[in-house]
Design a protein around this ligand. Structure first.
Ligand code: MOS
Length: 745
């Protein structure tokens, strides 16, 4: 029996992608399509005083100009039971109020994109400005404690006595680390194409809206759009078969989606809106900047006596998003005295949002840099320091680990990387005129599985159809679900047809939080097993079947057939079973619920990063010729797509360490370097050899597939590994990202 799970199966959608046949949200060729362009605020705070659309309206090709003065009234309040921020209404253009630079203040709809862009440039807006609060440094004294932080995590946690822990320590570190504003920048822009059908004055509730919409969360997008527009949920359909990345920015439904729907209604045409790269810097969220004070203390042998991690982030003036910066610190190391706090500063900027491993990513930079500083202060190997403080149980909850292989990752990683060649003294390794440094850091990410539903159909020709309202960010959902279904029903992978990216399909959680493969996969697995049971019951009760009278336990499925375990000559194909019973398909649908194990075990993936840097002592230029990342994440469903996930995370971690930073114009609240020319993401020449490995880990507790999420862990700690290597190379401790050459000179 060929097990596909665990094999490096090629992406099943790879051919569609490289041939251009995969359709993205802005690529659906609809007849009579019109184009919308958003008009955005040029101030950070105030009111629209006047908005002159006359020139735009007269401009060639213009079909409509929509502003707060002529927009339909939208729903502005959420029902009381909205549990997730991603399900909140998005009432665009409902007043003259301006809350941030780049806020949508209108939209122009025209026959062509160019006509819409030109007309948008003709709209004249005047503002009554209010003084925006944009100075981060001057605002820190107004930091406040939010009620909780993202992921329903507590804002503050304390154990033992910090002061005692500091007094007990032989060696202490007290350092403040900062990380900048960062932006997601998926390759595919945020885009939506809106199509109405059945619109009539007489029966307004009959109108149906389809949105081809790049979203990580079709189920929530459907709800948000329906509620905001005041139409029944079942009349809204979100279609999103392919995505070119999202990284968290496409979990929430944003204003442009509503603008597209309104524009299409108003013009009675299908309307497409695709945000420009610059618009994406203000319209779809970003990663907050952080300031993090970390205090560590240890006995001379390296045992931690205290960990204190106090973070300050920003949120907007009109909404609250609290990055969970310190949450990973709560579970990383054994320590009797600990403090983890989160504070927020309100700025007149857009609200930050989740971005690949929100919390763990900036938080791990601070904690793992501080651990490195402590290792040098102790004159101890940084790996030995981490192993010395390995906790037997989750230090926060007291629960046993479902599995934790951090030490194994360090040991195997050190051997593969050649860590023993490192000379401990900073600035002691050279390659010609270049300074060489090695750095390590720990990685971790919580393992979560969420409820999901799935439908599986065995078709009359023996093929298998899988349906779930999941999405594939480009990372392998189609492939993983194909593997799961092919294994569960024992058919060849090319006999499995996976249908996702459609809110009409059985509901699923977002592709986010690294729970996609486990949640979608568990639901699909369960649905396949239900379909299998239905088929076995069918044959055993069918007097025309050679398998009649045999029970479930006497039967097995193999290569698209059902057969007797005792006598393999008693066999029939799925096709024969369905055809004889006049079935076009046999359907099973399940609602998968994660088990109760999450209450009994602490579930996290762990990993270790090893960075080698080469620093030019004259220019301060840092290169990363070699990086090794090793993770233990339960059962690896597909080593090929999993490796890509980790490599992608590491690339972003290197980029975070050396390149990425968005600058705010503190007069207008404008993200100044708002394009890929000035916001530096790494290109091929910036990235050296990256090796990514997994350690085999058998975790029976996490979920039915035994897999831990791997979408985010690759970036966690990666920037710290680079910063620690830079210290080792140069003796310069850079606590403020990114590590640009000026900081090393
Ligand atoms: Mo991820 S930031 O949960 O898309």
């Amino acid at each position: 029996m060929s097990e596909l799970i665990g094999r490096p199966v090629d992406r099943v959608d790879g051919r569609l992608k490289v041939t251009g046949a995969a359709r993205y949200a802005a690529e659906f060729p609809l007849p009579n399509l019109a184009h919308a362009v958003a008009i955005q605020s040029m101030i950070a705070r105030g009111r629209i005083e006047s908005i002159d659309t006359r020139a735009a309206e007269k401009s060639p090709g213009v079909l409509a100009v929509i502003t707060h003065l002529n927009v339909p009234k939208l729903e502005t309040t959420d029902p009381p039971d909205v549990s997730e921020r991603w399900r909140r209404v998005v009432p665009v253009l409902q007043s003259d109020r301006i809350d941030h630079y780049g806020q949508h203040v209108g939209a122009v709809v025209a026959e062509t994109l160019e006509q819409a862009q030109h007309a948008a440039s003709l709209v004249r807006v005047t503002y009554a400005q209010e003084r925006p609060v944009l100075d981060w440094g001057a605002s820190l004294n107004r930091a406040y404690a939010p009620p909780q932080v993202n992921g329903n995590n507590p804002t503050d946690t304390r154990h033992g006595d910090i002061e005692w822990g500091l007094r007990e320590a032989d060696v202490t570190v007290d350092a403040t680390y900062t990380t900048p504003f960062e932006h997601h920048n998926p390759m595919e822009p945020h885009a939506t194409t809106a199509v109405w059908e059945g619109v009539s004055e007489a029966l307004p509730q009959e109108a149906r809206l389809t949105l081809y919409n790049s979203t990580q969360y079709p189920v929530a997008a459907q709800i948000v759009v329906a509620r905001t527009l005041g139409i029944p949920e079942q009349n809204v359909r979100i279609v999103n078969p392919f995505m070119g990345g999202g990284f968290g920015s496409k979990v929430a439904t944003r204003g442009h989606v509503i603008l597209a729907a309104i524009a299409a209604k108003q013009t009675n045409r299908p309307v497409k809106i695709a945000l420009g790269r610059q618009q994406m810097f203000t319209s779809v969220g970003h990663r907050t900047n952080t300031q993090q004070r970390v205090r560590l203390g240890a006995k001379g042998d390296g045992r931690l006596t205290v960990i204190a991690h106090e973070s300050i982030m920003h949120t907007s003036a009109f909404d609250e998003f609290a990055e969970q910066t310190g949450v990973a610190t709560r579970i990383m190391y054994e320590c009797p005295n600990s403090l983890v706090t989160h504070r927020l500063v309100r700025l007149n900027l857009p609200t930050p949002t989740i971005m690949r491993a929100p919390g763990e990513t900036p938080g791990s930079f601070a904690l793992e840099s501080a651990m490195d500083e402590l290792a040098y202060a102790l004159k101890m190997d940084p790996i030995a320091l981490r192993i010395r403080n390995e906790p037997a149980r989750d230090p926060e909850s007291g629960l046993p680990w479902s599995s934790r292989s951090l030490v194994e990752c360090f040991k195997q990683g050190a051997a593969s990387f050649g860590w023993e060649q490192r000379q401990p003294e900073p600035r002691s390794m050279r390659d010609g005129r270049y300074l060489i440094g090695y750095g390590v850091a720990s990685a971790t990410y919580p393992t979560r599985t969420r409820p999901a539903s799935a439908r599986v159909q065995v078709l009359a020709d023996g093929r298998v159809r899988v349906q779930i309202a999941a999405t594939d960010l480009g990372t392998g959902t189609y492939t993983i679900l194909t593997q799961v279904a092919a294994d569960a029903l024992s058919v060849a992978p090319d006999r499995v047809q996976v249908e996702i990216g459609d809110s009409n399909l059985p509901p699923a959680p977002p592709s986010g939080g690294s729970w996609g493969a486990a949640s979608f996969g568990s639901a699909v697995h369960q649905a396949c097993m239900a379909a299998r049971t239905k088929m076995l019951t069918l044959v055993s009760q069918d007097t025309r079947s050679p398998l009649k009278g045999l029970s479930d336990t006497d039967l097995e499925v193999r290569q698209g057939c059902i057969l007797s375990k005792q006598n393999s000559s008693l066999v029939e194909t799925y096709q024969e079973v369905l055809t004889r019973n006049n079935l076009k398909e046999l359907t099973a649908e399940v609602d998968f619920q994660p088990g109760a194990a999450a209450k009994k075990y602490s579930m996290h993936a762990f990993g270790a990063h090893f960075a080698q840097v080469r620093v030019d002592p004259d220019t301060g230029e840092v290169r990363v010729p070699r990086f090794l990342s090793i993770h233990a994440a339960g059962r690896i469903l597909n080593p090929k797509t999993a490796r890509s996930q980790i490599v992608g995370g590491v690339v972003w971690g290197i980029s975070m360490a050396l390149h990425e930073e968005t600058h705010v114009d503190t007069r207008y609240g404008h993200f100044v370097n708002h394009d890929l020319g000035e916001y530096h993401v790494p290109v091929n020449a910036d990235i050296g050899d990256i090796e990514a490995f997994f350690i085999a880990e058998n975790d029976p507790h996490v979920n039915p597939l035994g897999s831990k999420g791997i979408g985010e862990i690759g970036i966690v700690g990666a920037a710290a590994a680079v910063a620690n290597a830079v210290y080792h190379a140069t003796g310069e401790r850079i606590r403020d990202l990114p590590i640009t050459p000026d900081k090393l000179l």
